[in-house]
Design a protein around this ligand. Structure first.
Ligand code: ADE
Length: 239
C-alpha cells in the first residue's frame, strides 16, 4: 500500500514514520510513504503558498493553486504505476468525521491513499472541493497542522496490512475488537509491590480465562466509554 502525504513539512512525516513498526514495514516494502512538499508547487520565488482570507478574519489560508498542482502531480505518479485515476484523498481537519477503527479498515482496502495536511487557518475551499474525498478528524481538539493526524492514520492503517505486525492475530485481539475496550493484561512477576496477578489467569482453565477477560472488557468499557458500552449491549441483547 502506498501513502502519499501532501504537506509543508515532509521531513516531519517521513522521519516520524521511519521508526518502529511503520519503519520496518517501509523497509520491507509492505508500505510506501512519500511526502510531497506543497511549496514545490508555489508560483513565486519565495515559495509562499498562503495568503489573506477574503472577507477578513485572522490568519492566512493555503491557496488553491499549489495544493491542486501538488495533487495532480501525485495522481500522475499513481497512474504511471497503474493505480486509480481518482485516488481517495483524506483531508486532515478538526472539522472532519472522527476517525475510527472501521474507517481504518476501509482505508486499508485502498492501493493508494493521498493524505492532505492543512496548516495556517486552513485551505481555500475550492481546492478541497476539487480533490478531497474524505474529511477526517482525529478528535475534538485543534492541532497546529495535519501532520501528526496524517501519521496517526498511516500508523492505524498500516498495522492492518497483513505482515506489518509480527503476528496477524494481534491486529484483531485488541481494543475495539467486537466494539469493546481491551481487558487488563499481566506478565511476570506474579506479585509486584504487593499487587497480585488475578488468580484465574494462573489457572490454565481457558474457558474461565476467556469468561474473565470478557467480563473485564465489559466493566472497563462501561466505566470508560459508556457510549461504546451502550452500543455493544444494544447489539448483543437483540432477540
Ligand atoms: N488538524 C488540526 N487539528 C486536527 C484534528 N483534530 N484532526 C485532524 N486534523 C487536524
Amino acid at each position: 500500500m502506498r501513502f502519499h502525504i501532501m504537506t509543508l513539512f515532509p521531513d516531519m512525516v517521513t522521519n516520524g514514520l521511519s521508526e518502529s513498526i511503520t519503519g520496518r514495514a517501509i523497509e520491507s516494502g509492505l508500505i510506501e510513504v512519500s511526502a510531497t512538499d506543497i511549496r514545490d508547487f508555489a508560483d513565486n520565488k519565495y515559495r509562499h503558498v498562503d495568503d489573506y482570507t477574503y472577507g477578513g478574519g485572522a490568519g492566512m489560508l493555503m491557496q488553491p493553486g499549489p495544493v491542486v498542482d501538488c495533487y495532480e502531480s501525485i495522481c500522475d505518479g499513481i497512474k504511471e504505476r497503474g493505480g486509480k485515476d481518482k485516488p481517495r484523498v483524506l483531508y486532515m481537519t478538526p472539522a472532519g468525521t472522527p476517525f475510527t477503527q472501521s474507517m481504518a479498515e476501509e482505508f486499508a482496502k485502498e492501493e493508494d491513499l493521498v493524505i492532505l495536511c492543512g496548516h495556517y487557518e486552513g485551505i481555500d475551499e475550492r481546492a478541497l472541493e476539487l480533490i478531497v474525498t474524505d474529511n477526517v478528524s482525529i478528535g475534538d481538539f485543534v492541532l497546529t497542522g495535519g501532520e501528526l493526524p496524517a501519521m496517526m492514520i498511516v500508523d492505524a492503517v498500516s498495522r492492518l496490512i497483513p505482515g506489518v505486525l509480527g503476528c496477524d492475530e494481534s491486529a484483531v485481539y485488541e481494543s475495539f475488537y467486537d466494539g469493546l475496550l481491551e481487558y487488563p493484561q499481566y506478565t511476570r512477576p506474579k506479585e509486584y509491590r504487593g499487587m497480585e496477578v488475578p488468580e484465574v489467569l494462573l489457572s490454565g482453565h481457558h474457558a474461565n480465562i476467556e469468561k474473565w477477560r470478557h467480563e473485564q472488557a465489559l466493566l472497563r468499557t462501561r466505566e470508560r466509554r459508556p457510549d461504546l458500552y451502550e452500543a455493544y449491549m444494544k447489539d448483543h441483547t437483540k432477540q
